[in-house]
Design a binder for this molecule. Structure first.
Ligand SMILES: Cc1cc2nc3c(=O)[nH]c(=O)nc-3n(C[C@H](O)[C@H](O)[C@H](O)COP(=O)(O)O)c2cc1C
Length: 343
């Protein structure tokens, strides 16, 4: 097993076995409440959850966030997730494909197109790798390997700081991201990994040509805590603990980016744990709601648990639409039925 593979295996194990949630910082969605509609004048069974993102139609505005690949366990997880994504027409990302570029023989642990021929599928690489020998060729390779509809470049400065031997040279990365955006034949999505993207940084990224933003805000899985758990050095462990709660809450990122950019394709993720969270994120202005940890938990359990989670998320979304009197996702977005609670 290479170092990168061992790291991927650690990530799954630590996320599942340790408490790596943010400690006090929340995603901020609890500060909002839907206005209940006692007379929806709708047939709940006819509520329409379908939507579109980056030109592809989806059964619901849900994304299985980027997580894994590179090991046999990761392969099982990816394949269970892909089956569910195909069944319910959800979008899906895979974890960083760096390991598959280093070792093409593990490419099959990411490849899911055979199971999910129709889904909106996202390739994934760390943007910082563009400072460590990666370029357009590796980005193309990641997209082709997956037959992906878009490439996610993730930004994870805090994680790299806490990670033993992390890649910490983020200098002049924006120019390289801009180059990839201009040359890659599919859109580039930039995401964080749980520390959020501010409106100021969204502006810079949009001007560089990114096709969509996934805020991946604070309030869910804390990567400072994950890397702190992985570290054998007491100093790195304490460093990670200090930054356990670092980052911009998901709700704040979505609101501030949507205020500036009415039309940028926007994904809310980071701490979303059910369909009610997802509906709030969408009512705040996101086009898709992404969940990582809940799908990891379900998919490492069984195919049936993964299917049940998807069904539950859809039922929760549908219930919000029904009980707010909205017949479809477009209506929910326009409705103004989410109230901010007094502090
Ligand atoms: C086991 C695991 C592995 C992850 N690996 C990646 C990755 O390779 N690339 C990436 O962009 N995000 C990765 N993430 C981050 C998630 O996509 C997401 O941004 C973050 O976990 C916050 O979402 P959550 O609170 O729903 O877990 C990973 C998450 C988990 C749980």
């Amino acid at each position: 097993m290479t170092d990168t593979q061992a790291r991927k295996a650690d990530h799954i194990r630590i996320c599942l076995e340790e408490d790596v949630r943010f400690e006090e910082q929340t995603h901020g969605l609890e500060r909002y409440r839907f206005e209940h509609c006692c007379l929806p004048e709708l047939d709940c069974d006819r509520i329409e959850l379908s939507t579109e993102f980056l030109g592809k139609s989806l059964g619901a505005p849900l994304l299985i966030s980027s997580m894994t690949g590179g090991t046999e366990r990761a392969k099982t997880i990816n394949r269970r997730l892909a089956v569910v994504a195909q069944t319910y027409k959800l979008a899906m990302g895979v974890g960083s494909q760096r390991v598959a570029i280093e070792r093409p023989e593990v490419a099959d642990t990411f490849a899911v197109r055979d199971l999910a021929p129709d889904i909106l599928l996202f390739a994934n690489l760390g943007a910082v790798q563009l400072n460590y020998t990666y370029g357009l060729r590796q980005c193309l390779q990641a997209v082709e390997l997956l037959e992906a509809d878009a490439l996610i470049l993730h930004l994870n400065p805090l994680q790299e700081c806490i990670q033993p031997q992390g890649d910490r040279d983020f200098s002049q990365l924006l120019d390289k991201i801009e180059l990839i955006c201009s040359k890659l034949p599919v859109p580039v999505i930039v995401k964080e990994v749980g520390n959020g993207i501010s409106a100021k940084m969204a502006r810079v990224l949009i001007e560089a040509g990114v096709g969509a933003i996934d805020v991946a805000g604070a309030g869910g899985t804390s990567w400072a805590k994950v890397e702190s758990q992985r570290s054998h050095s007491p100093m790195q462990r304490r460093l990670g603990q200090t930054f356990a709660d670092w980052g911009l809450p998901t709700a704040e990122c979505v609101v501030s980016i949507r205020q500036q950019y009415r039309d940028v394709p926007l994904i809310a993720s980071g701490g979303l744990r059910n369909g009610l969270d997802a509906a709030k994120a969408i009512a705040l202005g996101a086009d898709l709601a992404g969940l990582a940890f809940p799908f990891l938990q379900a998919a490492s359990d069984s195919a049936a648990a993964t299917d049940e989670l998807a069904q539950l998320l859809l039922a929760e979304l549908r219930t919000v639409l029904f009980c707010t009197g909205n017949a479809n996702i477009f209506a929910l977005k326009q409705s103004n039925c989410l109230q901010k609670l007094a502090p």
